[in-house]
Design a protein around this ligand. Structure first.
Ligand code: ATR
Length: 279
């Protein structure tokens, strides 16, 4: 570190589980960029003071994680189209005293498909399981990429319906439908689909069942679980047994980080090295 070292941070509560500090610091060091990445566990009641402190201390920017992603929005001077669409920010750039908010979660997901599979959701039929924060970020980006249709499946149907309504308003030309977690209508819809994504938290805990019955998978369907820890879930196992091409959430984590790195430094990060730190 030097007298000119710039700070970059992650704020969350809790934050100790985050892999972002190792991932970003390894990339800064490899490119010999004079930055230092620090985790800060910030209580929700202290969010405003914490953000002001980062600004006063000359930080270049920070990542934002649970539970601050939506609460931070009114504290910022500007926000990007993706972030305003979903009302959540995961990356902040501090430039000339102004706080600029971005959300790299959705773009990170799209980039992971491109890099891992040379795949685009443009004009594709997509189904997403979940209607929480992660689902919203990915669903909105899928609409921005002009998918042909989007099915939103959620245990609490009203939440799925709400997300459908919100996205349909911004994307009238995309066919968006909401479904309960099971049923013939959903099975038929998945049968006509190209890509199925798990964005629920079901699978995070050992012994969690799959959020999707095994007979809904079929060969030719591409299947992504946003969960990366554990790397193999009942959902991905079920899909693999039917011969589906599968991907877990590690790659999305990597590319949301890579895009944040580019926002702060203006440079493309060494993604292979970053991936190594995650593994
Ligand atoms: P995240 O930020 O990870 O998206 P979240 O906003 O709390 O977390 O959303 C969790 C998602 O997982 C929701 O879609 C939730 O469904 P509900 O809206 O019905 O709560 C889904 N989820 C969580 N536990 C689940 C379970 N046991 N079965 C099915 N869906 C579940």
């Amino acid at each position: 570190m030097t007298g000119k070292t710039r700070g970059v941070a992650i704020i969350g509560h809790p934050v100790s589980h985050s892999l972002s500090p190792q991932m970003h610091q390894a990339a800064f060091d490899a490119l010999e960029l004079d930055y230092c990445y620090l985790p800060f566990d910030l209580f929700p009641k202290d969010l405003k003071k914490g953000v002001l402190a980062l600004k006063l201390l000359g930080f270049r920017g920070f990542n934002v994680t649970v539970p601050h992603k939506t609460k931070i929005v009114p504290l910022l001077d500007q926000i990007s189209r993706e972030a305003s669409l979903i009302g959540a920010v995961n990356t902040v750039l501090i430039e000339k005293g102004k706080l600029k908010g971005f959300n790299t979660d959705g773009p990170g997901f799209i980039e992971s498909l491109k890099r891992e599979w040379h795949y685009s959701v443009h004009k594709k039929h997509v189904v997403i399981l979940g209607a929480g924060g992660a689902a919203k970020a990915v669903a909105a980006q899928i609409c921005l990429e002009k998918a042909a249709s989007l099915g939103i499946v959620n245990r609490t149907v009203s939440k799925g319906e709400m997300l459908k309504k919100q996205l349909q308003k911004s994307f009238p030309s995309i066919k968006i439908a909401a479904f309960p977690s099971k049923g013939e209508a959903l099975k038929d819809f998945i049968r006509q689909s190209d890509l199925l994504i798990n964005a629920t938290s079901l699978g995070l805990h050992p012994g969690d069942p799959s959020p999707c019955p095994p007979d809904y998978f079929f060969k030719g369907l591409k299947v992504v679980d946003l969960i990366y820890n554990p790397p193999m879930t009942a959902f991905l196992r079920g899909a693999g047994k039917k011969g589906c091409q599968t991907l877990n959430g590690l790659s999305m984590l990597l590319y949301q980080g890579a895009l944040a790195f580019k926002i702060w430094t203006g440079e493309m990060p060494p993604v292979r090295l970053m991936a190594g730190t995650l593994r």
